[in-house]
Design a protein around this ligand. Structure first.
Ligand SMILES: Nc1ncnc2c1ncn2[C@@H]1O[C@H](COP(=O)(O)OP(=O)(O)OP(=O)(O)O)[C@@H](O)[C@H]1O
Ligand SMILES: O=P(O)(O)OC[C@H]1O[C@H](OP(=O)(O)OP(=O)(O)O)[C@H](O)[C@@H]1O
Ligand SMILES: [Mg+2]
Length: 282
């Protein structure tokens, strides 16, 4: 039976469970639970703290886990990224009071507060910077500067609202860009059940990026319509019972679907429909 870790809290938890559910796996309900068995798919799901997941997977005791890329690097565990999932996107930055720091070198001999000491230590070592120390905090890292425990912080920035509230600014290049990922033990053997779960999650992720567009267009406009919706392989053209018109179906990137519909409408297409795709294998 495949053993898979799912985050039980925080930004990763809800979207990870939703994605596994869409991929056809049984997930725990609102009442929680620490372990559930999906008999039909022969998978055992373990609901664990996001920070611990890389440790379990790296030890080889679990076949797969969902965590953040930043948490994987921070852990230093012997696990590797198998698939990026596209949610819990964030960027990890150094930040401090305005005007006090400009580049990573300014951290030489300084104290830095962070919840990710492994990630920060690695980044500083890669840049040849020697801090006086790292203070490990569980959260609310931004507040630590006001309380005087550090000269600078390193933390997750998403909208930047938290930094702005405390009048702090980022400096230097991003330490890393993170998102939710599926991890597996480093150098694990190929396992068909692992491949199946990865293909399913990949299919759900890709499906979110596309829409199916259907419309009716006059035969003499068909070539122009098809240049607007070339599809991924080739659009499907069906005959209407009414002569002189065709029905077209094509896959369109979700980010452009409204613009594509505008162009089709301007061309004279009618009955233009856009539908979500729940899963796919492309
Ligand atoms: N505000 C945010 N927006 C997007 N991603 C975030 C945010 N905060 C944390 N993350 C990402 O979520 C992942 C899990 O982080 P963590 O376990 O600290 O959870 P959290 O969402 O911050 O919840 P909490 O702090 O309430 O436990 C990390 O990969 C991190 O980069
Ligand atoms: O740029 P923003 O959109 O403001 O998001 C970034 C903030 O979100 C996270 O905090 P969280 O709410 O998880 O609290 P925590 O610090 O206790 O983890 C992160 O640690 C930052 O503080
Ligand atoms: Mg947090």
């Amino acid at each position: 039976m495949l053993r898979v870790a799912v985050p039980n809290k925080g930004s990763l938890s809800g979207p990870a469970t939703a994605m596994l559910h869409e991929a056809g796996y049984t997930q725990r309900g609102k009442t929680g639970g620490l372990v559930i068995i999906d008999e039909e798919n022969d998978v055992e799901f373990f609901y664990l703290r996001p920070r611990d997941i890389a440790v379990y997977v790296g030890s080889g005791r679990l076949d797969l886990g969902i965590t953040g890329r930043d948490l994987l690097i921070d852990s230093g565990a012997a696990a590797e990224e198998a698939l990026a999932l596209g949610f819990a996107r964030s960027t990890f930055y150094f930040a401090a009071a305005p005007g006090t720091h400009h580049r990573v070198d300014d951290l030489d001999g300084q104290t830095i507060a962070t919840s990710y000491p492994g990630l920060v230590a690695k980044h500083l070592a890669d840049h040849g910077v020697h801090p006086a120390g790292l203070v490990r905090l569980d959260g609310a890292v931004e507040t630590s500067l006001r309380l005087g425990v550090a000269d600078a912080i390193a933390d997750v920035v998403e909208t930047g609202r938290t930094l702005a509230q405390l009048n702090l600014v980022t400096f230097g290049d991003p330490i890393m860009v993170s998102e939710a990922i599926v991890i597996r033990p480093a150098n694990a053997d190929t396992n068909p059940a692992v491949q199946r779960l990865l293909r399913r999650l990949h299919g759900v992720g890709v499906a979110r990026d596309y829409r199916i567009v259907d419309y009716i267009v006059a035969d003499d406009l068909l070539d122009r319509a098809v240049t607007i919706t070339p599809g991924l392989e080739s659009p499907t053209i069906s005959r209407l019972h009414r002569p002189g018109q065709a029905a077209v179906r094509a896959v369109v990137p979700a980010s452009t679907v409204q613009a594509v519909m505008d162009d089709l409408e301007a061309l004279g297409a009618t009955a233009i429909l856009a539908a979500q795709i729940h899963a796919c294998r492309l």
